[in-house]
Ligand binder design. Structure first.
Ligand code: ADP
Ligand code: MG
Length: 691
C-alpha cells in the first residue's frame, strides 16, 4: 500500500492488527462512532453532562507543576465568557514549545469537574484560522477502533482518520460503483463514492443515515447473493441418490408399529422431505421444531425410506447420553421390522468397533447412530445416502462437512435443531439450506408452568417436590457446569445431590455428569428412564434430547448462569407427557438486570421463537447459541443482523429476483455482480458454503 503517511512499519501493523492491506480495505474500515464537531461552544455553556466539545479562545497563562510522576502542565484558557483549565501529563516539553499566549486556538476535549472547577485533560488544540473558518467545523468526527500496539505507533483513531482522509483526497477519480444501476434506482441508494466519503466524514446526520443504509444494503445483498448462487450451483452439480420408492419398511412401520397418529405438522414436513428425496437432487434441509415437537419420529420415518431404496443411513448426535437414548428407541421400534441398528461412540470398545466397521462396509448394518465418533475417517459405508444430524447447533461447520464426504454422490443431509433462531438469522447462517418447520406440538400437551424462586424458598420447594413425587412423577435438578469454575461447580453439584438425598431419604436420587464413567452414567440414566429413580441430579449433559415423559418437574439451580436458549432447552425436558409439568428457576436474590429479564421472558412464554428473538435482542446475533459453535460464517463490517433485519429482507429479495431471472449470472447486465462476488470471495474465503 503506497499512501502518504504509511511507511513499512505502519503498513505491517495495519495488516497484522486489522487485516488491512489494500486501499479498498482501508475504505471499508468504518468508524464505530462519531464525535460531534459541528459546533463551537462557549465556556459559560459547559455543564458536566457534555461529551467532547469544541471551544474557541486564548491562553492567558501557562505553568508547570509537580514532580516526577505528578508532573504536569496547566494552561488557563478563556473565551471571554469564562475560564477553564487545560491540563497535560505527557509530552510536556513538546506542548510547552508550541503553546503561545495571545493566539486564538480551537480546543477540543471532554470537560470534567475537579475541585469544583472545569478542566479538560489532554485536549486537541490547533490555531484558529480566521480566513478559513469552515475547517474548524468538522461536522461529525469519526472514531475508529485500534489496538494498543497501533496506538503506541501513532495509529490511534486520529491516525487512521488521517490515513483515510489522505486516501480520499488522493483519489483522482470516483470510487467505482459496486451495485448495478437498476438496484440503485429501485432501492434509491446513494452512489458508492458518496457513501464511502460520507461514512468517514459525514457533514450531517441525515446524509450519514443514507450512507449507512447504502453500505448495509450492499453488504447484506452480496452475502445473500453469494449464498443463494452457491445453492444454485450446488443443486446443478450434485445429484443426490434418488429415492424413488416407498416400500415395505415404511409401509409396515406406518400400519403396524407407529405408536401414535402423526401431527399435521409432522406429516407436512415428511412430505416436504420426501419431495426432496424423490427429486434426484441432493437434499440439504434444516428441520426446525421446538423441543418436544417430535423430530425423532420424523427422522426415523425418513430413514426408513432410505432403507426401502437399499441405502444405509446414519444419525449424528452431540452427546453419549442422547445417542444411547436414540439407539434404544430405534432398536425397540425398528427391530421388529428386521432392521439392523448399531451404536458407535467414543467409548465403544475396540472389538465391537471392529465388528461395526465391518457391518457398515458390507452393508449389513442399515442404520448407524453415534456421536461425532462416526465422522472418523475409518468409518466407511457400503452405500450411505442419507445423513441426519440431531441438535445440529452443537456441531461445528467442519464436523458437518466431513460427513458430506462419506459417499459419492454426496448424501442427502437433514439437520435438525430445537434451538429456533430468528428468521433473519436463519436466512444468513443457514441461507444455503431449505427449511422445514414443525410448528405444532403432539396433542394433549399442557404448556409447562414456569416459576422463579429464590434460594431461601427451599422449604416450600421441597414440599412441592414431595407432592409431585407422591403423584408418581419424577424430578430433574440441574446445576450449571462452566469450565472456568469447574471445581466450584462440582462441589455445588455434589452438595446439591447430598442435600436432596438428605431431604428425601426414602427416595432414590441418582446423579449424572460428564466425569462419571460411562457405565455409571448409563446406569443412572437407565434408572431414571425406567422410573426406578425419582430424582435425577445432573449437569447440562441432559440438556439436549433426553426424553422421559414421566418426569414433570425441572428445577434449574443458579438459573441466572444459563443463557435463554439453554434454559428453554432444559425446560423442554419436561412437559412431554400428558401431566401438567413445571419448571422452577432458582436464583440468588441479587440479580443483574439482564438475568432478571431472562427469568421474566422464561415465565412469560413457552414459545421457542419468541425466546430466540428476545435472546438476539439482549445479546446480539453473534452470541446466539445457534451460531456460537460455528460462528457467523463471515465478518460483518457494518450490518447488524438484530438491528437490520428489514434491510436484510430487502437484500434477500433483490438477490432472489436477480437469480430467478439469471441463475448462474451469465447475462451482461449481471457481470458486475459476478465480478464483485468473485472479488469478495477471494478476499474473505468462501463465506457462503456452510453446511
Ligand atoms: P424433539 O423434537 O424435541 O426431538 P422428540 O422427538 O424427542 O422431540 O419427541 C418428544 C416426545 O413426543 C417423545 O416422547 C415422542 O415419542 C412423542 N411424540 C412424537 N410424535 C408424537 C405424536 N405425533 N403424538 C404423540 N406423541 C408424539
Ligand atoms: Mg430430539
Amino acid at each position: 500500500m503506497f499512501l502518504q503517511g504509511v511507511g513499512p512499519k505502519k503498513a505491517e501493523l495495519l495488516k497484522k492488527e486489522l487485516d488491512i492491506e489494500t486501499f479498498e480495505e482501508l475504505l471499508y474500515y468504518f468508524p464505530y462512532k462519531y464525535v460531534d464537531r459541528s459546533k463551537i461552544f462557549t465556556i459559560s455553556e459547559i455543564d458536566s453532562s457534555m461529551p467532547h466539545i469544541q471551544l474557541k479562545g486564548k491562553i492567558l497563562s501557562i505553568k508547570s507543576a509537580g514532580e516526577g510522576r505528578t508532573k504536569r502542565l496547566t494552561a488557563i484558557f478563556s473565551d471571554g465568557t469564562g475560564y477553564i483549565e487545560l491540563i497535560w501529563f505527557k509530552g510536556l516539553k513538546y506542548i510547552q514549545s508550541f503553546l503561545k499566549q495571545n493566539v486564538e486556538y480551537i480546543v477540543f476535549g471532554k470537560p470534567t469537574i475537579f475541585n469544583n472547577e472545569y478542566n479538560i485533560a489532554h485536549p486537541e488544540i490547533e490555531i484558529y484560522d480566521e480566513s478559513n473558518k469552515q475547517i474548524h467545523l468538522l461536522g461529525l468526527n469519526p472514531a475508529y477502533n485500534t489496538s494498543e500496539k497501533m496506538k503506541e505507533n501513532f495509529l490511534n483513531s486520529k491516525g487512521i482518520q488521517k490515513l483515510v482522509k489522505n486516501l480520499l483526497l488522493s483519489l483522482k477519480t470516483k470510487i467505482p460503483e459496486t451495485l448495478p444501476s437498476f438496484l440503485i434506482e429501485k432501492y434509491r441508494l446513494i452512489d458508492l463514492d458518496t457513501a464511502l466519503r460520507v461514512i468517514h466524514f459525514p457533514p450531517d446526520n441525515q446524509i450519514l443515515a443514507k450512507a449507512r443504509f447504502r453500505l448495509i444494503f450492499e453488504e447484506l445483498f452480496y452475502i445473500q447473493l453469494n449464498i443463494l448462487s452457491l445453492k444454485n450451483k450446488r443443486i446443478s452439480i450434485s445429484k443426490g441418490s434418488p429415492f424413488p420408492k416407498v416400500g415395505d419398511y415404511l409401509n409396515r412401520f406406518y400400519s403396524d408399529f407407529l405408536p401414535f397418529t402423526l401431527t399435521d405438522a409432522q406429516k407436512r414436513v415428511i412430505r416436504e422431505i420426501r419431495h426432496d428425496l424423490g427429486s434426484g437432487k441432493q437434499m440439504n434441509r434444516l428441520l426446525q421444531g421446538d423441543v418436544g415437537s417430535g423430530k425423532t419420529l420424523v427422522a426415523m420415518m425418513i430413514m426408513l425410506i432410505a432403507l426401502d431404496n437399499d441405502f444405509q443411513t446414519c444419525m449424528m448426535v452431540p452427546t453419549e447420553i442422547l445417542s444411547a437414548q436414540h439407539f434404544n428407541t430405534f432398536k425397540k421400534m425398528l427391530e421388529p421390522l428386521g432392521v439392523k441398528v448399531a451404536l458407535l461412540t467414543g467409548t465403544t470398545k475396540k472389538k465391537e468397533r471392529k465388528i461395526i466397521h465391518e457391518g457398515l462396509e458390507n452393508g449389513e448394518i442399515q442404520i448407524l447412530i453415534g456421536t461425532h465418533a462416526l465422522i472418523e475417517d475409518n468409518v466407511l459405508f457400503k452405500k450411505l445416502a442419507l445423513i441426519i444430524i440431531d441438535e445440529q447447533h452443537r456441531f461445528g461447520v467442519a464436523q458437518r462437512s466431513r460427513l458430506w464426504k462419506k459417499s459419492k454422490p454426496p448424501p442427502h443431509v437433514l439437520v435438525m435443531t430445537a434451538t429456533p433462531i430468528p428468521r433473519t438469522l436463519a436466512m444468513t447462517v443457514y441461507g444455503d439450506l431449505d427449511v422445514s418447520v414443525i410448528d405444532e406440538m403432539p396433542p394433549g400437551r399442557k404448556p409447562v408452568q414456569t416459576y422463579h424462586y429464590y434460594h431461601n424458598n427451599r422449604n416450600s420447594l421441597n414440599k412441592f417436590i414431595r407432592g409431585q413425587i407422591n403423584n408418581g412423577r419424577q424430578v430433574y435438578v440441574v446445576f450449571p457446569l462452566i469450565e472456568e469454575s469447574e471445581k466450584m461447580d462440582f462441589k455445588n453439584l455434589n452438595d446439591g445431590c447430598n442435600y436432596m438425598r438428605e431431604a428425601f431419604p426414602d427416595l432414590k436420587v441418582v446423579i449424572a455428569h460428564g466425569r462419571l464413567k460411562q457405565v455409571e452414567k448409563d446406569d443412572a440414566m437407565r434408572q431414571f428412564v425406567s422410573g426406578e429413580a425419582n430424582i435425577l441430579v445432573a449437569t447440562t449433559v441432559i440438556e439436549v434430547g433426553v426424553d422421559v415423559p414421566n418426569a414433570s418437574v425441572m428445577i434449574i439451580e443458579s438459573a441466572e448462569r444459563f443463557g435463554l436458549s439453554q434454559l428453554h432447552q432444559l425446560r423442554g425436558r419436561v412437559g412431554r407427557g400428558a401431566e401438567q409439568s413445571f419448571c422452577i428457576l432458582m436464583t440468588s436474590y441479587k440479580l443483574g438486570e439482564e438475568s432478571r429479564k431472562r427469568m421474566e421472558i422464561m415465565i412469560k412464554t413457552n414459545d421457542g421463537f419468541e425466546i430466540a428473538e428476545a435472546d438476539m435482542k439482549i445479546r446480539g446475533p453473534g452470541d446466539l447459541e445457534g451460531t456460537q459453535q460455528s460462528g457467523l460464517p463471515f465478518d460483518l463490517k457494518i450490518a447488524n443482523l438484530a438491528r437490520d433485519s428489514q434491510i436484510l429482507i430487502l437484500g434477500r429479495d433483490a438477490a432472489t429476483m436477480i437469480l430467478d431471472d439469471d441463475p448462474l449470472l451469465t447475462k451482461n447486465e449481471n457481470l458486475l455482480l459476478k465480478e464483485r462476488m468473485r472479488h469478495l470471495a477471494i478476499e474473505k474465503g468462501n463465506w457462503g458454503m456452510i453446511s
